[in-house]
Structure formats: C-alpha cells, structure tokens
Design a protein around this ligand. Structure first.
Ligand code: CDT
Length: 318
C-alpha cells in the first residue's frame, strides 16, 4: 500500500487591514489541526498570508505590504509556517506573493519538508487585466499588473510516497498545466486558490446575475475543472480555498476538496471559514487510469497536437 493522509487547509476571510501576525497564527492553528487529524501533507491557499489584494488598485507602499520580500529562507512569516510544520512532522505547501532578490514579482507557492523548501512554483496563468475596470463599483482583478507570469514551468517532484505537482488557482482551468504534470507521472496535484464568487466584470454567464447565482456558477466551474482534470490525468488532487466575505464586501467561494483519480470528490469543506479537510489516499488508485484509459505512451498522438505549443490564440479557419 502506498497511502498518505493529505489535508486542504482552508482559510476564511482575511481583510485588507488584517495584521499579518494574526493570519500567521491562524495558519499555525490549522497546521496543528491537520496534525491532530493525522495528515502528513498539508496544502494552504494561494496568497495565504493576505487578503486577495489584486482586487484593489493600490499605492506602491500598500502593494509592497502584501509581498514577501527577498530570500525566502529568511522570510519570517514563511519560515514560521515551515518551522512549525517541521515540528509537527508535516510537509506543507503554501502560496504567497513573492518579491525576489532580483526585483521580480510572482504569485508563488513552495513545498517544504523537514524545514526545507524542496520545490517552488510560480503561477503561469495570470487572469484579469492590467488596467482596472472602468465601472465605479467594479471588483478588479489586477494580477496582470502586479505579477509576472511564472518562469519555472510545471515541475513534478518526489515527496513522501508520491510524485507531486503544484499549480496556483487559475492554472487549474488550463488542461495544458495538468497534462505537463501528468506527463511526469504526477499522482497528487496541489492547487491553492482565491476565486471570487461575484466579479461580473471578470466573469459570469450574464451581467444580471445575483451574488448567489454567480457564486453557484463559480463553484460549478471550480468543481468541473478539478474533477475532470483529475480524471483525465489519472491523479489525485487537493485544492484549498481562501474564502468567505473579505471586508464584508467581497465574496470568495469555498469548495476545498480532495479528489480521486476517478474524478470523485472524497472530502470537501463544509464552511466558509478556517477548516481542515482530510483524506487518507491510496496512490495505487492512479494506476487504473495511468495504465488503461489514460496510458499516455499507448494512446497519445502528439503528431496531432502541434498547435498546442506552436500557437497561442485562436486563428479562425476561413
Ligand atoms: N486568483 C485567481 O486566479 N482567480 C481566478 C479568477 C477567475 S478568472 C476567470 C480563478 O481562476 O479562480
């Protein structure tokens, strides 16, 4: 048996002016909770230390306050989490805004084990716009303004008993991301996210949706992509939300889950607050898909897929 106990550590509301140390304390409590439930691999959301700040057009000073700066091995908030996980004998994956020593800005996450960062990922698919929307009451999504697209690709790595891959939020909607990880034998995909329940300038099937209708649709698409891509790539997946009502105004969907390689949700969050979702997963369950329906070596036809990497946007046939 190759089993591991994975956890999605969901974080409820974090407001624009929430103190960083308060958030770190919540994260450490969630780690304690995950350890008590016997988990050994714990996933936290995208941008776990802060509110989802890309919804605001910010001054340079306030923007700076949301980033972790410089050498990650010495960054106090991140190190507090990594060290606490080490004491609890947990591996941890956590998302944060990264300002590098080379003065670049990424939407990143790291995987740490035994007090050491063993893998880093920088979000490739940045949604939203560079310029804010013009409507006075719009919910902005300025990731293209605040971050550079990730430069590390999708690199799987070995952790505990598994081959693990990381992605961040919007990446989960892109089958290319999953497939690149699956081609490296990935058995567990970790994906933290911040998904607005209501952001009509950004998305939604119609402008007239109520908050409840928009949030229902956002949850539907979230589950659709997580379940379908887990199945099509024969991998377990874990996703962890930053959710709830930030500043009592901005609604973020919950839906932290653990999903089997058959695309089945085996554990799911029940609240819109801080919560740990745990499942004991059998990595052998990936073999059914990896050796049969999605045995890539036997069934993929790369000669037919050239456009995937040679062309970015749509070129309509005449
Ligand atoms: N944080 C993030 O990437 N959010 C996006 C918003 C929707 S873009 C259509 C997401 O994919 O959930």
């Amino acid at each position: 048996m190759r089993r591991i106990k994975v956890a999605a550590a969901q974080l409820g509301p974090i407001h624009r002016h929430t103190e960083r140390k308060e958030t770190v304390t919540r994260i450490l409590h969630l780690l304690d909770d995950a350890a008590k439930q016997g988990a050994t691999m714990v996933l936290f959301p995208e941008l776990a230390f802060t509110t989802f700040f890309p919804r605001h057009l910010l001054s340079p000073e306030e923007l700076d306050s949301f980033f972790l700066h410089g050498d990650l091995a010495e960054e106090p908030s991140l190190q507090a989490v990594i060290n606490h996980a080490k004491v609890l004998q947990l591996d941890v994956c956590i998302g944060f805004a990264e300002h590098t020593t080379g003065n670049q800005y990424f939407n990143s996450c790291v995987y740490a084990s035994n007090g050491r960062i063993v893998s880093k990922y920088r979000k490739v698919h940045l949604p939203g716009t560079f310029e804010p929307y013009s409507a006075p009451d719009a919910v902005h999504h300025l990731e293209k303004r605040y971050f550079t697209p990730g430069d590390l690709g999708f690199k799987a790595f070995a952790a505990q008993e598994a081959v693990v891959g990381m992605m961040v939020c919007n990446d989960r909607r892109w089958p290319e991301a999953w497939r690149v990880l699956a081609l490296q034998g990935t058995e567990v995909v970790l994906c933290g996210y911040n998904t607005a329940g209501y952001a009509p300038d950004l998305w939604g099937s119609s402008k007239g949706q109520t908050v409840a209708e928009a949030a229902k649709e956002a949850m539907f698409h979230h589950k659709l992509v997580m379940q379908a891509n887990s199945y099509m790539n024969a991998t377990w997946s874990v996703c962890a939300a930053r959710c709830g009502w930030d500043d009592d105004k901005y609604m973020m969907i919950q839906g932290s889950m653990i999903i089997s390689p058959q695309g089945v949700i085996v554990a799911e969050s029940a609240t819109m607050g801080d919560e740990v979702v745990v499942a004991d997963i059998d990595l052998h369950a990936c073999e059914q898909g990896k050796t049969k329906t999605f045995d890539f070596a036997r069934h993929r036809r790369t000669e037919a897929y050239g456009l995937i990497t040679s062309q970015t946007g749509v070129v309509n046939v005449q």
